[in-house]
Design a binder for this molecule. Structure first.
Ligand code: SF4
Length: 473
């Protein structure tokens, strides 16, 4: 990406098309205009105000400051390698027990065919996740990654392999018998190094759900807790792997839990960016200290260790995004990189808010979130996660029409062509969920933005038919 994605900040204009105006938002609007970090108390007001359109416009102000009139999509494929899972999370309709009707585990011939189809259709990314299979050997997972990479190369192309959520990474460490409860970083690092050698390019953001112990114990007990999830991503960043983050909302959590989740991610990203050499704006810390401490959940991951980390807000006017640093452009004075060496560490690229779908899950009796709640949650994610470069409206779960609205309310990315997605079947639809590039571009243009094809690392794609390469800058 280029510096043209950082136009001058737009002046805040209060909503003119909503029926309700809430003057209490003026202080938040002032903070947004100056690029200051919002507190949890600010987040509570954003969730409870009836003036949702001002919330969306504030988020739009931030996304335009970061990305102008650009909106991203990619050409990708999802490959769910197995739905066999040792766990039974209450919100999950995807998992099956081994030998249960509908259970499957893909072999490498299947994977190769998927890669061939992906290359044939110009894909740049293979996104692969699955259940926690109790019997597959560790070698299956490295084989999966190297098979995707090597098959693509045999066809004269490249596929970025984004694979395995943090939950799966810990599961792999246990399968490989390298997971130590008293030094969990050891096993996580061991697994990630092996996967990176096999061709892993980045980690998806799944498995985070909501960082709250009560919700965890009620809805997905047995899964890793927030501290371990954050550990996996911290180690991945240390190894130079970029990652994403999700929040699965609208089930048994409270809105406050969502804010705490966002705050924990924000702190983890502060640490990742500080390791890359970003200097934060320390005086802003005083603006959040009275409200920022989580009241539930725990940060407590191994990288925390009580060290003071500066508040780093990428959403300040003219603050450089990590991509700019990667390409060597000079940062401005407000958010400087004192160690202007090429970064070897990774960071969170994007937050992906995921609405809970009750159908077919053990929580089927719950209503799940509706449209305006989805819109509001995404807009608030954009406003609270001021150090995340991107916010994704994942059209598969939000629907394409809603993704268009979200592009006008904080999102800058709608994901890709997808094709097969087994995890959630929206409205009982089949797992074949494909849109073509023309449809994605049309949706973006209709929303008032300029569609840009990106690769997994948010570099612009230069394409000639099926051949592609990331733009140099
Ligand atoms: S959410 Fe993941 S870990 Fe939980 S049951 Fe479903 S596949 Fe298994």
């Amino acid at each position: 990406m280029t510096a043209t994605l950082h136009p001058e900040p737009l002046a805040f204009k209060p909503s003119t098309h909503g029926p309700i105006r809430d003057e209490r938002l003026s202080e938040i609007a002032s903070k947004v205009a100056q690029g200051q970090r919002l507190s949890l108390q600010d987040g509570e007001l954003l969730f409870t105000t009836p003036d949702i359109w001002t919330v969306c416009e504030l988020a739009d102000t931030v996304r335009r400051r970061l990305h102008g009139d650009t909106a991203f999509y990619n050409i990708n494929r999802h490959l769910n390698y197995s739905n066999v899972c040792a766990l039974s999370c209450k919100f999950c309709e995807f998992y099956r027990k081994k030998d249960e009707p509908g259970s499957y585990t893909r072999d490498m011939e299947y994977v190769k065919n998927q890669v061939r189809e992906a290359i044939e259709n110009g894909a740049t990314e293979m996104h692969s996740v699955g259940g926690l299979h109790p019997y597959l050997p560790f070698s299956y997972y490295t084989d999966l990654v190297s098979t995707i990479r090597d098959t693509a190369r045999e066809l004269g192309s490249e596929l970025h392999v984004k694979a395995y959520t943090a939950v799966e990474i810990v599961h792999l460490a246990k399968i490989a018998k390298v997971y130590k409860a008293d030094d969990r970083t050891f096993g996580i690092r061991w697994v990630l190094e092996k996967l990176k050698q096999a061709g892993l390019g980045s980690l998806p953001g799944g498995g985070a759900e909501v960082f709250d112990d009560r919700v965890h114990d009620e809805a997905y007990k047995g899964k890793i807790r927030s501290d371990v999830w954050l550990d996996v991503h911290r180690v991945a960043h240390d190894l130079g792997l970029n990652t994403n983050a999700t929040i699965l909302y609208g089930h048994i959590e409270q809105r406050h839990d969502r804010l705490v989740h966002m705050d924990m991610l924000r702190r983890a990203q502060d640490r990742a960016l500080a390791k890359m050499g970003y200097e934060g704006i320390r005086h802003q810390a005083s603006g959040i200290s009275e409200n920022a401490a989580p009241t539930s959940g725990h940060l407590g991951y191994s990288g925390d260790e009580g060290a003071e980390v500066p508040v780093i807000t990428l959403t300040r006017p003219n603050t450089p995004l990590p991509e700019h640093i990667a390409f060597g452009s000079s940062p401005n004075a407000e958010c400087r990189m004192p160690n202007a060496t090429a970064p070897s560490s990774g960071y969170f690229q994007t937050i992906i808010p995921l609405p809970f779908f009750p159908d077919g899950s053990e929580l089927e009796h719950l209503p799940g979130p509706a449209g305006l709640e989805n819109l509001r949650t995404l807009a608030i994610a954009r406003l609270m996660l001021d150090n995340f470069p991107h916010v994704k409206a994942f059209w598969i779960m939000q629907t394409l029409p809603m993704a268009q609205l979200m592009l006008q309310s904080g999102a800058d990315d709608i994901d890709g062509t997808v094709v097969w997605y087994d995890i959630t079947k929206v409205g009982g639809s089949s797992t074949h969920q494909e849109v073509n590039v023309w449809t994605l571009q049309k949706a973006i243009r209709e929303a008032g933005f300029k569609p840009i094809e990106r690769d997994t690392l948010y570099r612009r794609v230069e394409r000639e038919g099926k051949s592609w390469r990331p733009a140099a800058s």
